[in-house]
Design a protein around this ligand. Structure first.
Ligand code: 5GP
Length: 206
């Protein structure tokens, strides 16, 4: 029988801005050369320093809605009055090549991914308290007080849904949070249920 290549892991990270998702994902990319990052499309304005095609694909609402009609997204959500979505084709292409794909998306999106791709690994990252999250957001100086209040409110709502995730990382200490994320990916890579190709190989070696 011809070996079947194992698909990569679809790893979904959610959590409020300021939780450290970006830094943790970057650390995963350094630790696992096989990890790729899915670049989302959004209709929000770029923040200072953000680049089109690197941080997001920035687009208009009408272009986004056209792509929605064409079912070009694995998932999408309207967050803080702006659309955010994960272009589908690119993600599926990488997974089929055995590469891992990281998505950094909100909970509405994570649940859509779960419905479409039940084998995904969903991780929620959160600072240890609302006060600490508020402090981190204010120290970034990237959002107005109104936006910060919206983010804090949304986080409180999202936390009700934590049980829908596979893993929770409480980011009190960044290096510990990174260790936990690495451990999760290592364990998921070893799950027998995912390893058709490796199972065949080991059976042939005995
Ligand atoms: P920000 O505007 O701070 O970059 O992101 C705001 C929120 O949108 C975050 O919770 C982030 O995880 C979420 N987000 C970013 N990209 C996507 C996406 O492609 N899909 C969904 N559903 N949420 C996203």
């Amino acid at each position: 029988m011809k070996d079947m290549a194992d698909t990569g892991l679809l790893i979904v990270f959610s959590g409020p801005s300021g939780a450290g998702k970006g830094t943790i994902c970057e650390a995963l990319r350094k630790n696992f050369p096989n990890v790729n990052y899915s670049i989302s499309m959004t209709t929000r304005q770029p923040r200072v320093g953000e680049k089109d095609g690197v941080d997001y694909y920035f687009t208009s609402a009408s272009e986004f809605e056209t792509l929605l009609k064409k079912q070009a997204f694995l998932e999408y959500a309207k967050v803080y009055d702006h659309y955010y979505g994960t272009p589908k084709e690119h993600v599926y292409g990488l997974l089929a090549q055995g590469k891992h794909v990281l998505l950094e998306i909100d909970i509405q999106g994570a649940m859509q991914v779960r419905a479409q791709y039940p084998n995904c690994v969903c991780i929620y990252i959160v600072p240890p308290s609302l006060d600490i999250l508020a402090k981190r957001l204010r120290e970034r100086h990237t959002d107005t007080e109104e936006v910060i209040c919206k983010r804090l409110h949304k986080t409180k709502e999202e936390l009700q849904w934590i049980s829908k995730y596979d893993y929770l990382i409480i980011n009190n200490d960044l290096s510990q949070a990174i260790k936990e994320a690495i451990a999760i990916v290592q364990a998921e890579q070893c799950k027998v249920i995912r390893l058709q190709e490796k199972r065949e190989k080991i059976l042939n070696a005995y």
